[in-house]
Design a protein around this ligand. Sequence first.
Ligand code: TXA
Ligand code: MG
Length: 347
Amino acid sequence: METKVYAIDAKCPEFSSLARAAEVIKSGGLVAFPTETVYGLGANGLNPSAVAKIFKAKGRPSDNPLILHIADSFEVEKLVRLVPANARVLMEKFWPGPLTLVLKRTLAVPDEVTGGLDTVAIRLPDSLVARELIRLAGVPIAAPSANTSGRPSPTTAQAVLADLDGKISIVVDAGPCGIGVESTVVDCTTPVPTLLRPGGVTLEKLLAVLGEIELDAALNSESAVPRAPGMKYTHYAPLAPMVLYEGDESNISAAIVNAATIAMTSKRVGAVVSTETAALLPPKVAVAAYGSRQCPEEVAAGLYQALRAFDSNPVDVIYAEGIAEIGLGLAVMNRMRKAAGYRIVNC
Ligand code: TXA
Ligand code: MG
């Protein structure tokens, strides 16, 4: 299959390209499209055989449920049995935006979407391109991140093509995604909502609105089984083994410079680090800088590109710099620990 790229303006999407992409969705095909978080791999979320194609293209385990993307809040009513008061508050406050809500599903939602669970994850994206595509398709669009399972999520159309060229009909290219990490997933079926995956809406913002929120046990323990099935898989991993340095800012920098300087005598060394640390590394180290460590938004937006930087410039080992778990830093560190397969050095 030839994958076509439709380049469109994110702010003023051209109708005819999106209409063609929507036709592909309607007829049961796959379309990769931008959202404000990462690119998604979309199919008609009410058509089981279309949804099955997503799992095949990504090599995704079938027990890992998908998010249904909708274009207007009212569309949630057909898909869920009940919208509890706290979910209603979250929708009003954060939709459209990078927040996914897990709710009790109706029979309108195919088992293929939910992996057989009695809940469904729903999100109303802020991206105008995404919402126009959903509107034109006239159905909820089931979409995971548009990467091969286990790889870093794509934040550009080029990253989508690197994984899925030839496996999907269309990539709608509206340039790089603004946020750069996936949506926050909150389970609203528990008396107190539970954070299953940190993401684009920060924990601080959720707390300010809800007053209280539980954290899924698996967020702070490697051994607990996560309630978001996708959180149990190794994910976001670059091709070379990665070691993550966490702790005090200046200790991390010094430790990475030291480790890289020693390793580069016998290995090709890569570094996924802040611009601050990048400036201290010897020239022989291949550096992918994700932005300033003082600005978690910048780090989130640059992280997945940095994790993919060594795909075309292979190295033997990657040293990565952690940041403070404040704001988007919580989601960034969650992804970096998985990308490192929990090889962590505490500084
Ligand atoms: O920002 C995002 O959320 C992107 C864009 C494309 O919207 N999508 C995305 O999808 O990250 P995916 O499939 O890569 O991650 C969805 C996560 C997985 O961890 C999955 O297990 C969890 O949401 N999830 C989906 N349905 C669920 C459910 N019913 N209960 C618990 N977790 C669920
Ligand atoms: Mg994903």
